[in-house]
Write a protein that binds this ligand. Structure first.
Ligand SMILES: [Fe+2]
Length: 186
């Protein structure tokens, strides 16, 4: 399983696509229009991530069928588009999560998307210099083996981005709490 795509609906597809290309290294793959008739159109730009899944990933493909693994699990690891983890939260009435869900018709939605980076500090520096987003804390949250930070909601997508730097798997409860507190007013 791997992350296949994340769909956004935005006001300006070209401006938003340029942001993703400049800030996160995506490449334009194709563009297409969908005609709903009676003058109604939806226009789409497809962007692909910078890493190659084939042939350098750990899976060996024949057509669309996985037929084996590389002998060395580290070979091509950086180029494999790993399946994202899913993190599901709810909250009691009046809590940070409870309020956020209540403000969205009680249904909630995507709160943030996490991108793994080589250095959270370097990424924060670059995003601040380029003006891509503001952050909810001055410094990254640090636990042993885990560094994280949240942006404020993007002016172009309305989504909060998390940058995460991992030396080990799993989550750190102190970081999760600090991250949630940093977004209490968003
Ligand atoms: Fe997260």
């Amino acid at each position: 399983m791997r992350l296949d795509h994340i769909a956004y609906r935005v006001a300006d597809r070209h401006k938003t696509a340029k942001f993703f290309q400049d800030a996160l290294g995506y490449k334009l793959q194709q563009e297409f229009d969908i005609d709903f008739g009676e003058g109604q159109f939806v226009k789409c730009l497809a962007l692909e991530p910078p890493e190659n899944v084939i042939p350098k990933g750990p899976w060996v493909y024949h057509g669309e069928v996985i037929v084996g693994l590389f002998a060395d699990p580290n070979e091509g690891y950086q180029d494999y588009h790993l399946a994202p983890e899913i993190f599901v939260s709810d909250g009691t009435p009046g809590s940070i999560v409870g309020n956020w869900v209540a403000a969205r018709s009680g249904v909630g939605g995507i709160h943030h998307m996490a991108y793994q980076v080589d250095s959270v500090a370097d990424t924060m520096k670059m995003w601040r210099e380029k003006g891509y987003a503001e952050f909810t804390s001055e410094e990254p949250m640090r636990c042993p083996g885990l560094t994280q930070v949240f942006t404020k909601p993007s002016a172009l997508t309305g989504v909060i981005y998390e940058f995460i730097e991992r030396q080990e798997y799993g989550f750190c409860r102190d970081n999760v709490k600090a991250l949630m507190e940093s977004t209490a007013k968003l």
